[in-house]
Design a binder for this molecule. Structure first.
Ligand SMILES: NC(=O)c1ccc[n+]([C@@H]2O[C@H](COP(=O)([O-])OP(=O)(O)OC[C@H]3O[C@@H](n4cnc5c(N)ncnc54)[C@H](O)[C@@H]3O)[C@@H](O)[C@H]2O)c1
Ligand SMILES: [Zn+2]
Length: 356
């Protein structure tokens, strides 16, 4: 079993990582019986709801089984959960558990942050992306018809429980998508971890438990460190967006369906790395290592073709655009990165053409 702590003074919290972690969920709620709402969806519930319910049997547990899909991370679902909490007479001492991927986690976290001005929140992430990224760091949100994650709050959970066994039922595509974020941590922050990933491609592709436990632990530790240093993203936390400005453009251009988030981030990471190479911040051999690792993990390294004007307009819609200028996270070596905003559009356009 591995353990990581997110250090945020009195709001610090543990991340416990192990196979069979679900069985120890009762330890999250010692003492007298609590009102607990589990938010999940049918896909996840099929495998993991009963095991969770059985260890929480001494509590008053309600379940909200939301429909599966990004489109349900919505104001409507938010209102439906609030309705259930109020109807069930849940008070300020209740707790909310997110059991699922990033969609469930983001939505349940936002509910927890606002129900009766904030109630206890716990994350049991079941996708690799949620285990290494969305469940850690306290960003919660729902979508608005005019844009993704436009309504939300910074709201940290009291604990994150990661059961690595849950990853065995994940589709191959979703699993690979999570690996893109794992690679991201190595590229921006930890050369040794990147090297370890290069050495364990086969184990990771086979979802080997020991390799996964280590990869998740390192990823969470890096995210925890970055979040502890910059909870509200006024500085270093922005580095976690490596590949995301390009990735969001790919996701938007393909209407959030054809490409998964991780696939788009992988192709976006290759573009960012190429841009860094072309502007002489990153060596050609480091560029190759980034592209090769993503490729070996089964992720796309070529973006879809679209006109430069489309890229530009999608990128300018990205939340990260400040004072009208495009900001990019560029790796400066394996294990370090910086935010750069003064690149000529012709250079960016040429690099994108090369990477499509
Ligand atoms: N809060 C943050 O910091 C943050 C960071 C990154 C992404 N996000 C958000 O996360 C969301 C994407 O998360 P995701 O990739 O986990 O998608 P998701 O929650 O939609 O899960 C992907 C699919 O896998 C299924 N699933 C989940 N666990 C499973 C399991 N163990 N076995 C089988 N199937 C399982 C889900 O039902 C779903 O169909 C987006 O809404 C994104 O905005 C948030
Ligand atoms: Zn991401």
């Amino acid at each position: 079993m591995a353990k990581v702590t997110v250090k945020l003074a009195e709001r610090s919290y543990p991340i416990d990582i192990s196979p069979k972690a679900l069985r120890s969920a009762a330890n999250l709620f010692p003492g007298s019986p609590r009102q607990i709402l589990i938010v999940t969806n049918p896909t996840v519930a099929e495998h993991y709801l009963q095991p969770l319910l059985s260890v929480l049997h001494s509590h008053h547990v309600e379940v909200f089984n939301m429909q599966d899909g990004e489109e349900y991370k919505s104001l409507t679902t938010y209102a439906d959960i609030m309705q259930q909490l109020i109807s069930a007479g849940f008070n300020r001492d209740c707790a909310i558990i997110a059991l699922g991927g990033g969609v469930v986690g983001d939505l349940a976290g936002f509910v927890a942050s606002t129900y009766q001005r904030g109630v206890d929140f716990y994350q049991i992430p079941t996708t690799l992306l949620a285990q290494v990224d969305s469940s850690v760091g306290g960003k919660t949100a729902i979508n608005h018809p005019l844009g993704k994650n436009l309504i939300g709050a910074f709201y940290q959970p009291l604990a994150v429980l990661i059961d690595t066994d849950c990853l065995q039922t994940l589709s191959a595509r979703n699993y690979r998508s999570g690996l893109a974020e794992v690679v991201k941590y190595g590229v921006i922050y930890d050369a040794e971890f990147f090297h370890w990933l290069e050495d364990h491609v086969a184990e990771l592709r086979n979802r080997d438990t020991a390799a996964l436990t280590y990869a998740i632990e390192r990823s969470c530790a890096i995210k925890a460190e970055v979040v502890a240093a910059d909870e509200r993203e006024s500085g270093i936390r922005a580095l976690l967006n490596l590949g995301h400005t390009f990735g969001h453009a790919i996701e938007a251009a393909t209407h959030y369906g054809e490409w998964t988030h991780g696939e788009a981030v992988a192709a976006g990471t290759v573009i960012a790395s190429k841009l860094s190479e072309v502007t002489q911040k990153l060596s050609s051999s480091d560029f190759r290592r980034v592209a090769d690792l993503l490729n070996q993990l089964g992720l796309p390294i070529k973006a879809p073709q679209m006109p430069w004007q489309d890229w530009l307009s999608y990128m300018q819609r990205d939340k990260k655009v400040k004072d009208g200028r495009l900001h990019f996270v560029l790796p400066t070596a394996i294990g370090s990165a910086e935010v750069v905003s003064n690149i000529e559009h012709e250079t960016i356009a040429a690099v994108i053409t090369e990477c499509c």
